[in-house]
Design a protein around this ligand. Sequence first.
Ligand SMILES: [Zn+2]
Ligand SMILES: [Zn+2]
Length: 194
Amino acid sequence: MKTFDQLLRDAEVAHGHLCAGQILGVRLAMRGLELLGIDDPHGKDRKRLITFVEIDRCATDAVGVVTGCRLGKRALKFRDWGKVAATFVDIQSGRAVRICAKESSKTLARQLHPEIADKNQQQMLAYREMSIDDLFSEQWVKVTLPAEELPGYKGERIVCAECGEGINFQREVRRDGKILCRACAGERYYEEIS
Ligand SMILES: [Zn+2]
Ligand SMILES: [Zn+2]
């Protein structure tokens, strides 16, 4: 396992800048791996881990860097809940731990470094120094992962009866005997114009 400083440098490069979110994200992911006893997520342990992230902000990029879990490898799952939290699942042992940044950590950062006016700078320093207990809440959880959620899943590819687009990983909707994609089933996030 790389050191905190090495991982932070990697996170800075991947994310494009150094920020409080990178420090928080690196520490959060390192803690998750520590609790699961995974020490080589980019090497021998690289197929052991699936990570759920609950926000699309700075810290999420750092979680991806530390764990090596990526969306395109199906090892990073996004649940858009707006929480600075992540769940680390060891698919070898079945153990999983969810770690969430404490709301109180921002106030604590202010109390620790009132001399630093810039909030990001203040949090960057405080999040380095604060104890794991002050930063995060932790819970052991059970995550049920069906086969189609795992990396490497090979299933049939299905075509939407309405738009004709292909659908992977059992994301189709069956309605009135028809197979539909989620867009045609009513979950469209876009409107076609022309
Ligand atoms: Zn950032
Ligand atoms: Zn469709």
